[in-house]
Design a protein around this ligand. Sequence first.
Ligand code: FAD
Length: 410
Amino acid sequence: MNAFSMALSEDQQSVRDWLHGFARDVIRPAAAEWDEREETPWPIIQEAAKVGIYSLDFYAQQYFDPSGLGIPIAMEELFWGDAGIGLSIVGTTLAAVAVLANGTEEQVGTWVPQMFGTPDDVKVAAFCSSEPDAGSDVSALRTRAVYDEATDEWVINGTKTWATNGGIANVHVVVATVDPALGARGQASFVVPPGTKGLAQGQKFKKHGIRASHTAEVVLDGVRLPGHCLLGGKEKLDERLARARERAAGGGSSSRGKNAAMATFEASRPAVGAQAIGIARAAYEVALDYAKTRVQFGRPIIDNQGVAFTLADMRTRIDAARLLVWRASWMAANQQPFTAAEGSMSKLYAGETAKWVTAQAMQLLGGNGFTREYPVERMHRDSAIYTIFEGTSEIQRLVIARSISGIPIR
Ligand SMILES: Cc1cc2nc3c(=O)[nH]c(=O)nc-3n(C[C@H](O)[C@H](O)[C@H](O)COP(=O)(O)OP(=O)(O)OC[C@H]3O[C@@H](n4cnc5c(N)ncnc54)[C@H](O)[C@@H]3O)c2cc1C
């Protein structure tokens, strides 16, 4: 086990500084434009691919950093640059993590590179779990996967919603139910290869924040997938389903417990928390500078305790959130079980912190904070998603409450 340490190695510091430079020089200057355009910033993703930031190698290096801090450090810096562009750059990793968490080595080797493409021909990937009637309640998925033994194919029908990169992705990972009677335990994840017939983008959503990130419905109409597109393989699925049926027959709960979608979310929650910290830190820095230079009543506004104390609280919450994220990331990387839902804790606190800090920043900038002349109103809009996606704040509290009490609180 790696001892927990907050002293970053030279390597970690240089990666952080390199990402910070990219966020400052490439992402930030483009942030307002892509927010207004509400389109995927392909040239910026391509730029990130050219320097090696948008690549399987880069994420694998950060993912396998034994301290666990590689991913949170990277996320914080990129999202410090801009959250909408940041999500366009890292959205692919949610699908990649789904393959890493549920797939075989061969599936990882086949599909993950196709998710990123090459620097000359960049691609993105999408992870499609949420549905119109199954958001927080992931056990309620209706998208159905039926096995056709004659052709060794899976036939998938259903509608996914809120998919980041949905419809524009080269590779989609779709969570579907193979045995609805088993609830969450009857689900499996499938890779939908590029160009598969029957998959189409539905409505593209116009959003409040992270507007450079593409979010859309994905419609699956008679999609036929070769057997090898089932993540983990059929044998493993059959064994898992048999165990779940046995448990259900014995009166055990069929809908609760670890499932394909939850495995993906668990692994990604601290990383999502780190994104929120990046936004919060960016807004805090703007507010601190502004408070030192804006003069009212003959003195900088920071000379007022009311303003200075707000900044003190902003910084304290940001640092506390980072500590929770780093703890959870270290635990996950060092196989320490989450006994008090530490991953959910980190995402809950970081998401709420980003929303609160960015709101304070807007207030501290007065009228300027309310305009698009300054970035804090965009940061505030962007922060709002962090109490909603990857499990709302209420769902995180539910997970934590169940974990610390052992009681199936509803
Ligand atoms: C921009 C964006 C990008 C997204 N990207 C993806 C993606 O890439 N892939 C994907 O699969 N999904 C994605 N999502 C979906 C996201 O994860 C869901 O929106 C989220 O899980 C909430 O589901 P819902 O919107 O259906 O809300 P609901 O589940 O309907 O919740 C509505 C409200 O009820 C509350 N609530 C629900 N149940 C309980 C309970 N038991 N106790 C207390 N309160 C409760 C919620 O906290 C919330 O406040 C994305 C969403 C957005 C907006």
